[in-house]
Design a protein around this ligand. Sequence first.
Ligand code: G3I
Length: 344
Amino acid sequence: MAKPLLSVLLISATLFAQHTAPPLRELAESRGMRIGAAVNPGALKNEAAYAGALAREFNQLEPENAAKFGPIHPQQDTYNFDPVDLQVAFAKAHQMAVRGHTLVWHNQNPAWLTGGTFTPVQLSEILQKHIQAVVGRYAGQIYAWDVVNEALNDDGTLRKTIWSGSPGYIEQAFRWARAADPKALLFYNDFGAEGINAKSDAIYQMAKDFKTRGVPIDGIGLQMHLTSRPVPIAGMEANIQRITDLGLQVQYTELDVRLPVESGKAADDALATQAGIYHDVVALCVKFKLCTAIQTWGFTDKYSWIPGRFRGMGAALVFDADYQSKAAYRSIASALTGERPNTR
Ligand code: G3I
């Protein structure tokens, strides 16, 4: 008889604790930081639990796909702003900031663009118009843009894409974005460039060159798609240090920590390792005044790109598929409340 009663009490206590513990956004706000999540628009519209958790826990959101070139500009003369408008309205209603992702990428481009026979000059004109239209529409509503996403190879060379035939396209994109919304913060965003390596060296050199020549750039987005392997914290710290020494912001833009799963569930020890990694990377950001936002790529394991991309992997986020917070959630909270103030 005692056992069920104890379980009920424990469950109630857990629910009570979840309900009364300050949400992540409150902890982040007390640090002057943003904590964000990439948004799945279907879930936002149709699931109260999804919308409730998003608004309760986060003070920033970012459309996961809806603002990319293909989804937002499906025909040469047609824009599809509605899904982004909805997310911007949700953010406004819940006092959340919106990050924009992304203006220039080699992926998720529309067929009219990839299948066209445009000259480099025509492609530049298309890109300029696109940036004017999209950034201009959300001027004053989207506070930061990933202007260019993943333009470099792992060895630091320029990735060959539809855009790379137009010399200087990266800096042009930044200039056009600044012209379209002088107040928006402009980021270069990439993956695998968290620590010190050939790609992060190239990003650093590009950003330094942009700062020297007055190309408008405000920050570097570190995507942070991590695994349960040990994280090179010292290298990441050195990288954030050198970027912020340029006066640029750093934001974690797509944080997740994927784990091996069976039927969607990860082992307890893997979840504990994951919690440690979330703690350490968040605590690292907290050390830097110019590390201004931490954003996860989704927030519930119910909606995450991981299982679709990495077979046998999942459980990468801080809420499980039933919207219960995981150990990783609590470790973000404890890193945000950690004693170390912004010292750098
Ligand atoms: O929109 C179509 C929909 O009409 C169709 O019914 C459905 C059928 O599969 O596909 C939908 O498009 C999918 C889209 O996500 C929206 O769900 C695409 O097939 C799918 O490829 C796309 O995946 C996205 C991926 O970028 C594309 O490369 C993921 O959701 C998104 O999480 C992922 O995000 C990227 C960042 O933008 C950049 N950094 C890496 C990160 C992970 O790959």
